[in-house]
Write a protein that binds this ligand. Structure first.
Ligand SMILES: Cc1cc2nc3c(=O)[nH]c(=O)nc-3n(C[C@H](O)[C@H](O)[C@H](O)COP(=O)(O)O)c2cc1C
Length: 170
């Protein structure tokens, strides 16, 4: 699909929800997800969640996301997604493990809201551009590891870590 430089801006009240199985295949999407992404439910169910992946997103962020949720913790992240027509939309996502009554992780759940545009402009977009520059010359698997290490080193140099950094960006 062709990437278009056209932005879909979420409303303050929009809440985009989806659920996946343990492998990241979509098992549920709410109406707001469908409205914003432009996909119908049959286009989404059973598909890998990278169906909305935007090429501008650094691989290191997704590596961090998966490492965090697979260790049973929740993850916050700013994500640039791609709609069915190639337009993009930014979200602030909270991804959590979905645990059943026996405490077994059955899948994952993501709830997303409109991010603060000023935080995107001043912090997230430049940070992701830096991470993409680090990734550019490397093969995919290595790119994710190297840019996540770059991110963690950058946070450490600022006296923080990714979790605390992201929580301050509201
Ligand atoms: C619950 C859940 C929600 C996700 N939501 C998104 C999303 O909105 N956009 C996205 O690009 N990736 C999302 N991902 C991550 C994707 O599974 C995938 O790791 C990412 O798109 C990178 O794909 P790639 O490895 O093919 O580059 C989500 C994963 C989970 C478990």
């Amino acid at each position: 699909m062709t990437t278009r430089n056209a932005e879909i801006v979420l409303k303050e009240t929009d809440l985009i929800v989806s659920k996946t199985d343990l492998g990241g295949y979509i098992t549920y999407a709410n109406r707001t997800f469908m409205r914003v992404s432009g996909y119908r439910l049959p286009d989404l169910l059973g598909e890998p969640h990278n169906i909305v992946r935007h090429p501008d997103m650094p691989r290191g962020i997704f590596l961090h996301l998966w490492q965090t949720i697979q260790s049973g913790r929740e993850c916050f992240a700013f994500v640039k997604n791609q709609a069915a027509d190639g337009a993009f939309y930014w979200v602030r996502a909270n991804v959590t493990p979905d645990v059943d009554s026996h405490g077994t992780v059955r899948g994952y759940h993501s709830a997303r809201r409109k991010p603060n545009p000023e935080v995107l402009r001043s912090t997230i977009i430049p940070l992701y551009q830096e991470m993409r520059r680090v990734e550019a010359p490397l093969p995919a698997a290595q790119a994710a590891e190297v840019s996540l290490t770059f991110l963690k080193d950058k946070m450490a140099a600022q006296g923080t870590d990714y979790e605390n950094f992201i929580l301050t960006l509201t």
